[in-house]
Ligand binder design. Structure first.
Ligand code: NAI
Length: 720
């Protein structure tokens, strides 16, 4: 009889309390040691079954059980397939033993039970969650995986195919205890952690039957199996919905989940488990899951932990934020800051304009009150924190300035000059410019060390990313303050050095340029849009460009050209330029805001269809290039431009590049971010370089792989 270190065994009369506590880790995860411990614990329960009335399973860690070990998952290679088959099936066998021992087992869920944590709890007969600090769910789909410790088999049998799939397995949603109770994932919710074990014991006192619903004689899957005509009729719809959602982009996990659930619902419990494993192995040994785990866990953690924050000063908290310009960005930013508890002064040219800006917060709050998401009192307090003004004197006491006036360098400098002597002596002076070089803007203020770029994304209340741009003279203390401020308002900061377009705007332009150039080459625009969507971009390129308007990239390009030529450089025209010029100057179709762009729009701004005139204007449809080339021109253009950003010192952190590209500019999620795309490309860096050379040969020097990349590839390294 082993008493293992991971699952503690404590007897209280005829009840055994098992406490999971991995001393070697901060969270309980699936490891060989845990598995050994689980097996030994079940052996012991079997031996002592005569004297055990029931079992309580709980955890000594903050999380109940975290599931798969991420380091292990990310290091998996295709050769590990057989090992995964063996380990998934062994875990399933042990969990099956636990639920069929003939002893009632209750999970006392004291913290997050996500993925493997919930799968473990689902193999027990009763689940009690604490109302505080608990979330449950099967988020594997978001990591390109599926729950492979019986999660699909059990949720389908517990909730029925339809609900298990839409609510839990395909949504990857994390449920709070009350929601989990409503859904049927847990049976009871108790107010506090202290209530868990006593409530579990009380349940055991009722002498419950130690039988899972699916092991009761005569059990049928709720809602029916795929053999039932009603279910069968609904299933093709699910497949169609998944395909519509992915728009043809690589998304193997949802389809694998659907198949494992449907096939598993037609066979016995154990066979369903084997099917689940069979669908899991290609996912776990494939590249997409590794990409998604890398970004969703490792890179985001690196970014959030402050790896790019200089280690100066204590943690900063802004008190009073002054926002210059109450337009689209300023108004939304005022709302986000007030929501985070900050005092906000929102200034525009006139009081009426500033008040209109505040109206953004008022409208959103009114909606939140109406749907019960906040109270009228809290909402009034929030709105009270925003002072709309046209007077610079109201900037007295401001310790953090964000400027969001029109994109005009002279105007930006002027508005800073107006307030720089009124705000606190060392207030941060931040500009939300999306393209203007920070160092040049800083030249307009006395305190260049306090000047910095803080680039938000629209809509500010929804987009999590903030790109912080340091100018030549920005002090490390200023950067540290801004980093802390972005976290204070609940955003994700990445840090880049000054450059025209910084990182995000500069890189996204290369994606759009490829699409526009292809129009000029005579490719059918519908195919171009399809290529973007199937590559996994959230919005097809021409559609996105219409939103931005074609004039904006032209202005940026023009400024870039002037700067380059002033520095003695020679400008190489991109194929997109002539197309954009023609669209703007000849056809007066600059984009959606004017009702005409690559697409037609109705009076209300609703997109109708691609402009039929494109065919005559650009011989569109007269040329075909391989579909894969079209997709990879977009992906490679962005990836290569990002490498150039590293070469020029604009970027210094791979995690920042990955997270910035995913959160800021819609680089396809399955890639794990723009640098991870290079790492994970078929054949690794050498494979990427070889393919870049092919594209270079076919489409031009912009695809020439940068020397630093070629050198890294030759060394067998990847971007870390
Ligand atoms: P907007 O045109 O909606 O708002 C600009 C506001 O500044 C207007 O309300 C205008 O009255 C005000 N303004 C002009 N002169 C002023 C002065 N002297 N004092 C006070 N207010 C003055 O522009 P939007 O879209 O909000 O953009 C603002 C800045 O944010 C620009 O630099 C833009 O490049 C940048 N940005 C915009 C993004 C977007 O998606 N629209 C994304 C990221 C950055």
């Amino acid at each position: 009889m082993t008493q293992t270190s991971i699952i503690g065994w404590e007897r209280d009369g005829d009840i055994v309390v098992l406490t999971i506590d991995d001393p070697a880790a901060s969270a309980n995860t699936m490891s060989d040691e845990f598995f050994g411990s689980l097996t030994a614990t079940i052996d012991r329960l079997e031996e002592e079954r005569e004297s055990v009335r029931g079992v309580v399973l709980t955890s000594a860690k903050k999380t109940f059980f975290a599931g798969g070990n991420l380091d292990d998952l990310i290091a998996t290679t295709p050769q590990d397939g057989p090992r995964w088959v063996e380990s998934c099936n062994s875990v399933k066998r042990q969990l099956r033993r636990l639920e069929t021992l003939g002893i009632p087992v209750v999970s006392a869920i004291n913290g997050a039970a996500l993925g493997g944590g919930l799968e473990l709890a689902l193999a027990t007969h009763h689940r009690i969650a604490c109302a505080q600090g608990v979330v449950v769910g099967l988020p594997e789909v978001g990591l390109g995986l599926l729950p492979a410790a019986g999660g699909i088999v059990r949720t389908v049998r517990l909730l029925g195919l339809q609900r298990a799939l839409s609510d839990v397995l395909l949504s990857g949603k994390r449920f709070r205890p009350r929601e989990a109770l409503e859904l049927g994932l847990v049976h009871e919710v108790v107010p506090s952690v202290e209530d868990l074990v006593p409530t579990a014991k009380a349940w055991l006192e009722t002498d419950p039957d130690p039988v899972q619903p699916w092991d009761v004689k005569g059990y049928t899957i709720p809602g029916g199996t795929p053999a039932d005509p009603a279910v069968a009729a609904h299933l093709p719809l699910l497949t169609a919905q998944l395909r519509a959602k992915s728009k043809g982009a690589p998304a193997p996990a949802p389809l694998a989940i659907l198949a494992a659930a449907v096939e598993g619902a037609q066979v016995d419990f154990d066979s369903a488990g084997l099917i689940e494993t069979r669908y899991f192995v290609p996912l776990v040994t494939g590249q997409i899951a590794k990409n998604m785990i890398q970004s969703a866990f490792f890179d985001i953690q690196t970014v959030q932990s402050g790896a790019s924050r200089p280690a100066v000063g204590t943690k900063y908290k802004a008190k009073k934020v002054g926002i210059l310009g109450a337009g689209m960005m300023g108004a939304a930013l005022a709302y986000v800051c007030a929501r985070a508890g900050l005092e906000v002064v929102l200034k525009d040219l006139t009081l009426a304009a500033a008040a209109r800006g505040k109206g953004y917060a008022e409208a959103l709050e009114a909606k939140a009150v109406a749907r019960g998401a906040t109270t009228a009192e809290k909402s009034a307090q929030l709105l009270h924190r925003i002072t709309a003004t046209a007077s610079r004197e109201d900037f007295a006491g401001v310790d953090f300035v964000v400027e969001a006036v029109f994109e005009d360098a002279a105007l930006k400098q002027r508005v800073f000059q107006e307030i720089q002597d009124i705000v606190e002596p060392n207030a941060v002076l931040g500009s939300n410019t999306s393209t203007l070089p920070i160092t040049e803007l800083a030249e307009g203020v006395h305190r260049q060390q306090d000047f910095i770029g803080i680039h938000f994304f629209s809509p500010v209340d929804k987009m999590p990313l903030v790109e912080i741009i340091t100018g030549k003279n920005t002090a490390p203390e200023t950067l540290a303050k801004v980093f802390d401020f972005t976290q204070q308002i609940g955003k994700v900061p990445i840090v880049v050095n000054d450059s025209r377009g910084f990182f995000t705007s500069r890189v996204i332009m290369t994606f759009l340029d490829e699409a526009v150039a292809a129009v000029g080459e005579g490719v059918d625009p519908a195919i171009i849009e399809q290529a973007g969507a199937q590559a996994g971009y959230p919005a097809p390129p021409l559609q996105l460009l219409d939103e931005l308007t074609l004039t904006l990239p032209r202005k940026i390009r023009h400024e870039k050209r002037i700067a380059l030529e002033a520095a003695g450089g020679a400008w190489t025209a991109h194929g997109s330029e002539a197309v954009a010029d023609k669209m703007i100057d000849e056809f007066a179709r600059p984009g959606r805001s004017s009702g005409r762009g690559f697409y037609d729009y109705d009076k209300a701004g609703k997109r109708l269809g691609l402009w039929s005139g494109l065919r005559d204007a650009f011989a569109a449809g007269s040329a075909t290039i391989p579909f894969r080339d079209l997709q990879e021109r977009m992906l490679f253009a962005e990836a290569i431009e990002t490498v150039r950003c590293f070469d020029e010192g604009v970027l210094t952190s791979v995690a920042d590049a990955n997270i910035g590209s995913l959160y800021g500019i819609g680089f396809p999620a399955w890639t794990g971010g723009v640098m991870q795309y290079i790492n994970g490309y078929d054949g690794g860096l050498p494979g990427f370089v070889a393919r870049a050379r092919e594209l270079e040969e076919r489409y031009g020097a912009r695809f020439t792989p940068p020397e630093s990349l070629v050198a890294k590839a030759a060394l067998g390294e990847s971007y870390r």
